[in-house]
Design a protein around this ligand. Structure first.
Ligand SMILES: Cc1cc2nc3c(=O)[nH]c(=O)nc-3n(C[C@H](O)[C@H](O)[C@H](O)COP(=O)(O)OP(=O)(O)OC[C@H]3O[C@@H](n4cnc5c(N)ncnc54)[C@H](O)[C@@H]3O)c2cc1C
Length: 375
């Protein structure tokens, strides 16, 4: 497929989408080069609950999250900002594992099968059917295909002049691990005025607390500690948590300017995977599964298309875009709908009351944000 000096595929970004696609393609004899700006292992802002939707597929790639201690999760609890609870059995269930462990597990499996470069990609050009990728350290790499798996917001989005970068992204997120006595099989989502906080256990037995909040609600306090003590703690479950839990991190990790706006699954001939193609509201607990699933969809389509004599790049781009939309657009829409309900005090109160009367409503909504497990 490629000359010796050239890679078949360059993957930009080694989060879950990039690592999974690189592994799938390398397992199928492609010459893959993954470029990631940070060394492994490292912590990332994330709720760290992974849906079982992608477990059979991960297993098929030789990845077993339970080999590093992932914890099975089968129950869901959600409370409104006053602490009123609803409980449900998760239709598919999932597992709790830190990104520190999960990304590293994928990296350890990939590192002897593909070239991995730790550098930041700054520029990608496409001419005469070939890509040229330039990094911060001035490496210039050539490839036939480029995958964009650089997450929610990257210097690459600015380079590619993507539309969503021009709009306001008024969300921020905070995450840290704690020692706390939380039921192992449960992922909890506690709402507060201006956001929600997820609590679940990880492979080290630590509880991961990760919350998303509007910048407007945070601005009133300006610092994390005061925000947690005075706003999040209005929910009695979060009040108990932040009073009793013992922090494990020196300080929480934070990210800002999180955008949930629409993105293109293909841009400048770059195939976008994971959050680079679109980010679902974290309350759905499904972004990681979507990142992994998008890697599966792309890799399978790519390998099948390449076996044909008359490979057509434009056709693959159109088919990937169509399949991405078919698989994920409905979930993103449901995510936006739930988010709007939870952020509106009146709609939220009505929604909680309705779900109390109709217990099947909550599992149904969860199902609508998830796909079905595939190998
Ligand atoms: C607050 C919050 C809570 C969440 N909770 C959950 C949850 O509980 N469950 C769930 O399933 N999902 C959750 N998500 C969503 C989930 O975190 C993402 O959907 C998932 O991380 C997407 O993976 P990714 O590989 O697309 O991106 P990432 O994991 O962000 O990976 C992108 C990678 O690209 C690298 N990169 C960026 N730019 C460059 C560059 N120019 N050159 C080289 N490398 C680059 C970055 O360093 C990074 O490693 C949450 C999200 C948020 C914001």
């Amino acid at each position: 497929m490629a000359k010796k000096t050239k890679r078949d595929i360059i993957v930009i970004g080694g989060g879950l989408a990039g690592l999974t696609a690189a592994l799938h393609l390398a397992n199928n004899n492609c010459r893959v080069c993954l470029i990631e700006k940070n060394e492994y292992p490292n912590h990332k802002v994330c709720g760290e609950y992974v849906s079982n939707e992608v477990l059979p597929y991960l297993n098929s790639l030789g990845i077993d999250p339970f080999s590093v201690g992932a914890i099975k999760i089968s129950k869901f609890e959600i409370t409104d900002s006053k602490g009123f609870p609803l409980k449900a059995i998760l239709p598919l269930g999932g597992f709790g594992i830190s990104r520190y462990a999960l990304d590293n597990l994928l990296f350890e499996s990939l590192k002897n099968k593909a070239e991995v470069i730790f550098d930041t990609v700054e520029k990608v050009t496409f001419e005469e059917n070939h890509f040229s990728v330039t990094t911060q350290r001035n490496n210039i790499l050539k490839a036939d295909f480029v995958i964009g798996a650089f997450g929610k917001r990257s210097n690459m989005d600015t380079f590619l002049d993507r539309k969503f970068m021009k709009n306001n992204s008024p969300w921020l997120a905070v995450k840290a691990h704690y020692e706390y006595d939380l039921s192992e099989d449960t992922v909890a989502l506690h709402n507060f005025n201006g956001g929600y906080c997820g609590l679940s256990k990880t492979e080290t037995n630590a509880v991961n607390a990760c919350y998303l909040a509007t910048f407007k609600s945070f601005k009133k306090y300006g610092v994390i500690d005061a925000f947690q003590k005075r706003e999040l703690s209005k929910n009695p479950h979060l009040d108990k948590f932040f009073n009793e839990a013992k922090p494990i991190f020196k300080k929480p990790l934070t990210i800002s300017q999180i955008s949930f706006q629409k993105k293109e699954p293909v841009k400048n001939h770059i195939f976008m995977l994971g959050d680079s193609a679109g980010l679902i509201h974290p309350l759905c607990g499904n972004g990681m599964a979507m990142a992994i699933k998008s890697a599966q969809i792309f890799s399978e389509m790519f390998l099948e298309a390449f076996q044909k004599d008359n490979f057509d790049r434009t056709k693959l781009e159109e088919e990937y875009t169509a399949q991405w939309r078919n698989e994920f657009e409905g979930r993103l829409k449901t995510g936006r709908f739930i988010q709007r309900i939870l952020m509106d005090p009146f709609a939220s109160k009505a929604g909680f009351s309705l779900a109390k009367i109709i217990p099947s409503l909550l599992p149904k909504l969860i199902e609508k944000t998830h796909g079905s497990p595939t190998r």
